[in-house]
Design a protein around this ligand. Sequence first.
Ligand SMILES: [Zn+2]
Length: 248
Amino acid sequence: MVLFYVVAGMIFGSFFLVVGSRLPKGESIIKPGSHCEGCNHPLRWYDLIPVVSYISLKGKCRYCRKKLSIIYPFIELFTGLLFGLAYAKYGLSYEFLAACIISSILVIIYVSDFRYYIILDSPIVIGSILILSLKWYYFGFKVMVLSLISGIVLFMFMLLIKFIGDKMFKRESLGGGDIKLSFFIGVVLGLQLAFTSLVIGSFMAFPYAVYVVIKNSNKEIPYGPFLISGTLIVFYFQNIIGNLLSYI
Ligand SMILES: [Zn+2]
């Protein structure tokens, strides 16, 4: 069963690559069918088997031999592992479904934020609605409302940080996408764990930020992938992190 969810995750990952690559450019995610980004040659089903095609083609397009980005098999494998781990850890439960939703949002944001520095609204909106509906279904109306409030508090908090940051650095300090994303994080985790995930995400972004500053002082840093990685870590290891928090 775990293997089934790994494979399902890999297929979903392959689809999220398309979503994250095409939506920011305003392209349809259905038409045209998958094609090589180098030569535009349409790809057949056997070019599109997650991970397997990449390995059998040795990372090159079958038609023009252009090198394919390592991001494709990496994202497919990563999504597969996240789905498999969610099932192995939680079985079919609220946590499993929530983990799959967060993983899906994470992958789409990774792709669009790393490629175009864009965090799309639609995955955040859809993800939030799904999580809120699940919470209502599994835990009742009150829990759902509390999650919604957590989302709003986190959103306002990040808005405040941006306001202070913009004043201090006299330039845009945080993107609007990061602030909208923090609403989703609040909804998923609740206040205490959500703030923990912000701290973890910022620590993970720090070495990368230092590297960017040293290399090229004006480059933007995509913060979204770090934020949502923090969320994922906190969600998957919430029992351990909840324990640690009780000591603070
Ligand atoms: Zn090609």
